[in-house]
Design a protein around this ligand. Structure first.
Ligand code: ZN
Ligand code: FE
Ligand code: FE
Ligand code: ZN
Length: 271
């Protein structure tokens, strides 16, 4: 039976500017077309106000070149709708900087991601695995979801990135995390923000899409819309595992996903 709708848009692609992704952005576009996608969005790691905060993001002076480079791809790939986004780190006290960033270019959307907890230390950095062994998993998850909920409620973002990132290295609390999910979903409703289904988790130790099915079902119940995301850091990862992402979305009750243009959201059926 033929399904209605468009192929999912892959709204989470990186570029080598962040220093840990590889491949020419044009090759990400070619791969998207080969995979049958009609729409993609680049969302590379945004700069901090001070360069040198860490070693996995573009410098502040590279932001305009990034945006212009994506603009040139639009001319080169007229059959592909190419959106311009950023994956912005949420850290307490950075709100003013995030507002400045959002005014710098005509972004189609901003993804808000929590990678850092107080220290700061990054949850998804393998170098922090010893730190995670020492820490109580429930405390880490609680701190993470507090931050994620603040970010979601801030109104600064269009989409929340990889919502249950703390599972990445499988340090899981022995307590029910549903109350953490509930707090986040309420914040996402309050902030009017979407959540991505991010397949990168399948390629990490957790071997599971972000977010877990339970969190996705709660989001669906509360009316939080979704986007699709490979979180590609190499051309061959564009659209990766999207059949699994679509199946997960359908199981949770979704039939439509969000599209963004100039930070305006519209909904369309996916297939
Ligand atoms: Zn990255
Ligand atoms: Fe991320
Ligand atoms: Fe990413
Ligand atoms: Zn990411």
């Amino acid at each position: 039976m033929e399904r209605h709708g468009s192929p999912p848009a892959d709204y989470h692609l990186h570029t080598p500017l962040c220093l840990h992704a590889v491949g020419d952005p044009a090759d990400y576009c070619r791969r998207a077309l080969d995979a049958g996608l009609e729409e993609i969005g680049f969302s590379d790691h945004s700069p901090m106000r001070e360069d040198g905060f860490d070693s996995w993001r573009m410098r502040a002076s590279e932001l305009d070149g990034y945006a212009e480079g994506i603009g040139r791809l639009r001319a080169e790939f007229p059959r592909l709708r190419i959106r311009l986004g950023l994956e912005v780190d949420w850290l307490p006290g950075q709100e003013e900087w995030i507002r400045e960033l959002s005014a710098r270019r005509p972004w189609d959307y901003l993804i808000g991601s929590v990678h850092y907890l107080a220290g700061p230390w990054a949850l998804d950095d393998p170098a922090a695995i010893p730190e995670r062994r020492r820490r109580d998993a429930w405390e880490v998850w609680s701190e993470y979801f507090d931050r994620l909920s603040s970010a979601a409620a801030s109104g600064l973002f269009d989409v929340m990135g990889h919502a249950d990132l703390p599972k990445i290295f499988r340090f899981l609390p022995d307590r029910d995390v549903a109350p953490l999910y509930e707090g986040f979903v309420a914040a996402a409703v309050a902030g009017g923000v979407a959540m991505e289904i991010n397949t990168r988790g399948l390629r990490k130790d957790c071997r599971e899409i972000y977010p877990a099915p339970q969190l996705l079902r709660m989001a669906r119940g509360a009316g939080v819309p979704i986007t699709f995301a490979s979180d590609a850091h190499a051309p061959e990862e564009v659209g990766k595992d999207f059949a699994a992402a679509v199946a997960l979305a359908r199981e949770a009750g979704y039939a439509e996903s969000c599209h963004f243009s100039g930070r305006k959201r519209s909904m369309a059926a996916f297939r």
